[in-house]
Design a protein around this ligand. Structure first.
Ligand code: NAD
Length: 480
């Protein structure tokens, strides 16, 4: 399989004909060879997007027509769901059913934002007799989007759909670890009638294509989804051109379980929140805060679940697939070692699976680290693997304090039958989303999503995301 870039409505090679290889993490086998965007390709893509903004075909299109194109994209994503899910599963390693969900969520983003394309309205502002004042919400222009490898089609659609709905043109740079479905999204856009340049897709490395895009003077907005360190660097590059940025960064999100919760329900929710996508989810519930009196019962349930999980190649639809790369697998392994050295005990998993048939892939067992204390590195740092750090607490005050003792603030979960307790804690938690007796990692197209503290700023998903892709122009008329 050889893949090209998509620039100005055409499939093109990189300017220097360079390529990179993409591997299937289930086996380490070569999956595809992909054109590697250079700085020149970034220039070409940004120019194509600028030209699309200035064109009648995109810049001058009726908003309802933008919506129609996006609805066709949603329908095409659904028609091709099985093919796209299989590709996502091979590229990223995730179980097929999770990849199927990702494709449905991607389709839903296009459908959701298609519906608002012709309803992005301004206000009239009363200034008194003789004046008419109104605002227009105009597209911000060229939106650069840099996305990670963990949910390529879902996160690709999450930023592209609101940007297109608002009338922006997009340059999308997927991760070199998993670029395949972002390219399919670009192709589907063209098939469904997006004019040339409205959506350009340029896989490449962070150090070349990523920096060239983030520091490009021709972009008008940047949405970055990835790690904190790269996010900080990217925000500085954009700042040099006074380009506004949405930062969707990492997390160390707590699931807080009280002794009065339905512990079976909580065990299911806590387990899915950490082991979905092998823990490689920004909003993974990677810390469990459990009320001391429920500790033994809950850990027993979680350990039984972890032990029963089938680990294997994504396309065989196991309960958990591989880690994205050898490097990331080694990081996960290193953190388990750090945790045990710090005094944590392994209550499930803790290493690579022993099954010889998995030998070539990058697998790790679903792992529970017990007796973790709030300041240990495994309780503070994002591991980005299937490792749950379990911490005990005695009362609501302490739960709130431990939950907030983190540089991150992305998502949190509260499990209790007492709504007063749940609401008291929800108001104390510093995180962009709070779930009560459920945990919504992944989906939630309609719900504003984003970080407090170092988890980022700005909001994706939901109608709030349109604020990033529009700018307000005030028009004031004096007529008497
Ligand atoms: P990463 O920061 O290494 O890379 C993210 C993207 O940035 C990739 O496309 C990469 O090529 C690009 N990049 C790398 N260096 C760059 C540079 N110097 N300049 C410009 N671009 C550069 O992150 P990752 O390993 O791909 O993803 C994992 C991280 O992403 C985790 O921290 C995770 O929590 C976070 N994440 C956040 C969200 C969210 O919505 N908040 C969602 C998914 C992942």
């Amino acid at each position: 399989m050889t893949e090209t870039l998509i620039i100005n409505g055409e499939r093109v090679s990189a300017s220097d004909n360079g390529t990179f290889e993409v591997f299937d993490p289930s086996s380490g086998d070569l999956l595809a060879t992909v054109a590697k965007a250079t700085k020149r390709d970034v220039d070409r893509a940004v120019s194509a997007a600028q030209a699309a903004m200035d064109s009648k075909a995109w810049g001058g299109i009726a908003p309802a027509e933008r919506g129609r194109i996006m609805n066709r994209m949603a329908a095409t994503l659904r028609e091709r769901a099985e093919e796209l899910a299989t590709l996502e599963s091979r590229d990223n390693g995730k179980p097929l059913r999770q990849a199927r969900t990702d494709v449905q969520v991607a389709a839903r983003y296009f459908e959701f934002f298609a519906g608002i394309a012709d309803k992005i309205m301004g206000n009239t502002i009363p200034l008194g007799p003789g004046y008419l004042d109104f605002t227009l919400r105009e597209p911000i222009g060229v939106s650069a989007q840099i996305v990670p490898w963990n949910y390529p089609i879902q996160i690709g659609a999450r930023g592209v759909a609101p940007a297109l709905a608002a009338g922006c043109a997009v340059v999308l740079k997927p991760s070199s670890e998993a670029p395949m479905t972002a390219l399919r999204l670009g192709e589907i856009g063209l098939e469904c009638g997006l004019p040339a340049g409205a959506l350009n897709v340029i896989p490449g490395t962070g150090s070349e294509a990523g920096t060239a895009l983030a520091s490009h003077p021709g972009i008008n907005q940047l949405t970055f989804t990835g790690s904190v360190d790269v996010g900080i660097a990217v925000a500085k590059m954009a700042a040099d051109n006074v380009v506004p940025v949405v930062m969707e960064l990492g997390g160390k999100s707590p699931n807080i379980v009280f002794a009065d919760a339905d512990l079976d329900l909580a065990a299911q929710g806590v387990s899915t929140a950490i082991f979905q996508n092998a823990g490689q989810t920004c909003s993974a519930g990677s810390r469990l805060l459990v009320e001391r009196k429920a500790h033994d019962a809950l850990v027993e349930k979680l350990a039984a679940r972890a032990a029963a999980m089938r680990v294997g190649p994504g396309v065989s639809d196991p309960d958990m697939g591989p880690i994205i790369s050898k490097r990331q697998l080694e990081t996960v392994e290193k953190y388990v070692g750090i945790g045990t050295k710090e005094g944590a005990s392994v209550a499930a998993g803790g290493g690579r699976p022993t099954d010889a048939s998995l030998g070539k892939g990058y697998y790790f067992q679903p792992t529970l680290l017990d007796r973790v204390t709030p300041d240990m590195r495994v309780a503070q740092e994002e591991i980005f693997g299937p490792v749950l750090a379990m911490i005990e607490f005695d009362d609501l005050e302490q739960a709130a304090e431990i939950a907030n003792r983190s540089q991150y603030g992305l998502v949190s979960g509260i499990w209790t039958r007492d709504i007063n307790k749940a609401m008291a804690l929800a108001s104390r938690i510093k995180a962009g989303q709070v779930y009560i007796n459920t945990y919504g990692a992944g989906g939630g197209v309609e719900l504003p999503f984003g970080g407090y503290k170092k988890s980022g700023y700005g909001r994706e998903k939901g109608l709030e995301s349109l604020a990033s892709y529009t700018q307000i122009k005030n028009v004031c008329i004096k007529y008497a």
